[in-house]
Design a protein around this ligand. Structure first.
Ligand SMILES: C[S@@+](CC[C@H](N)C(=O)[O-])C[C@H]1O[C@@H](n2cnc3c(N)ncnc32)[C@H](O)[C@@H]1O
Length: 273
């Protein structure tokens, strides 16, 4: 890939997703563009850049963001967050909900990838708030990954790592052509609402604030100014006293923000804010 091609792709990706690709990502970008060259039957990155400059490039731009962004995720990733949700945040918020007459306990999985994160939240809440009307909003920039998340179907390999009681309570085993697949049970799927959303663009399509927001393992791809903007946007969507969970590799230490650190990678919006 030529310098000017890398600069063009890098600028476009930043403009569209705010993902910041440093010079060290050149090899990675080149490898990932290979998939799009094959899919579009183009012979060179130069041809691909011309396609992206043409009219009606919108669909291809969305494929470009898809191949560039990293969707890696798994069930109950960073387990301490789910322990905190079950043992501290959910009971505390349920008590407040009764006292302050909230209609629901609402959690947002921002940048939810293929759904393992919001479904892990759903499994946790089903266990610790069985009688409570909780719901989960789950968003991601990628249409492709959201379709997978919405289907809620996973291979045996990742599901098999969960405790047998969780598999039994939360999944249906596929048979026939679905042999080897597991689907998240309908009762959990119907409480998770998926929306396509660029976290840095426009306003999210929710009116009610959230008691808990998970925004994990996406901030690492943004530059510092973008991270500060994102934390500010998320903070405004939390109820006072609500919790923000970030990835353990994403400390907010060097950012300007108005949150209180409660535990590693767990922050709280002050009640007076
Ligand atoms: C590594 S995954 C993290 C999934 C999950 N939160 C976790 O911690 O396992 C990062 C996700 O962020 C999404 N993403 C990247 N840029 C985004 C943006 N500007 N707005 C919304 N989602 C974005 C990607 O599509 C990808 O699915």
């Amino acid at each position: 890939m030529r310098d000017n091609e890398f600069e063009f792709i890098r600028g476009l990706v930043y403009e569209r997703s705010r993902i910041s690709l440093g010079p060290d990502k050149r090899e990675l970008v080149s490898a990932r563009l290979g998939k799009r060259l094959r899919a579009t039957n183009l012979a060179s990155v130069g041809d691909y850049c011309r396609l992206l400059q043409s009219e009606n490039a919108d669909e291809e731009l969305s494929h470009l963001i898809d191949v560039i962004s990293t969707n890696h995720t798994f069930f109950f990733r960073e387990e301490a967050h789910f322990d905190f949700l079950r043992d501290v945040a959910a009971p505390e918020m349920a008590a407040r909900a009764r006292a302050e007459h909230w209609a629901q306990f609402r959690v947002w999985s921002a940048a939810c990838s293929s759904g393992e994160e919001p479904y892990s939240i759903a499994m946790t809440l089903a266990e610790c708030l069985p009688q409570w009307p909780w719901e989960i909003a789950a968003t991601d920039i990628s249409h492709r990954i959201l379709a997978k998340a919405q289907a809620g179907i996973y291979r045996e390999e990742p599901v098999g790592k969960l405790p047998p009681a969780t598999i039994k309570a939360c999944f249906q085993r596929g048979f026939g052509p679905q042999e080897g697949n597991y689907r998240v049970r309908h009762e959990l799927r119907e409480r998770v609402h998926f929306h396509q959303l660029n976290l840095l663009e426009g306003e999210p399509p929710f009116r009610e604030p959230f008691q808990v927001i998970f925004c994990r393992n996406v901030m690492i791809y943004f530059d510092r100014a973008t991270q500060e903007e994102l934390v500010d946007r998320l903070t405004r969507r939390l109820v006072p006293g609500g919790y923000l969970f970030v990835g353990h590799a994403e400390s907010l230490t060097n950012l300007r923000h108005g949150l209180k650190l409660i535990r590693p990678a767990i922050y709280q919006r002050p009640t007076g804010a």
